[in-house]
Unconditional design. Sequence first.
Length: 109
Amino acid sequence: MSAPDSQYALAADRDRFLAALEGDDFDVTTRLAAHLTTCGNPLPSSTCRELGLPVGSSYATAARQVIDSNGRVPAKALHAAEPAPEAQATQDRGAEDAFTAGGGKVAMT
């Protein structure tokens, strides 16, 4: 027997939810999330990372997280995929130092 259609949300509903996550209207985000709590569709990888969820998580998992946090994206997850400017500068310097320490040669492994 196949799973009921209610287990998968319409693409338009999923798109509205993703757009709401990008905005700052917590009421809209929570209201949309309430309609996705049984949605088994996989969430985009970038959204999983932004929400601090494992890649491959479902819309249902994200919806429950949004509801539990009253529509707010967890602060620690905001721009988690993007390093802070000072962290990026440190990474860049580290890569440059490693290149210089190797005599300017790239090691092939």
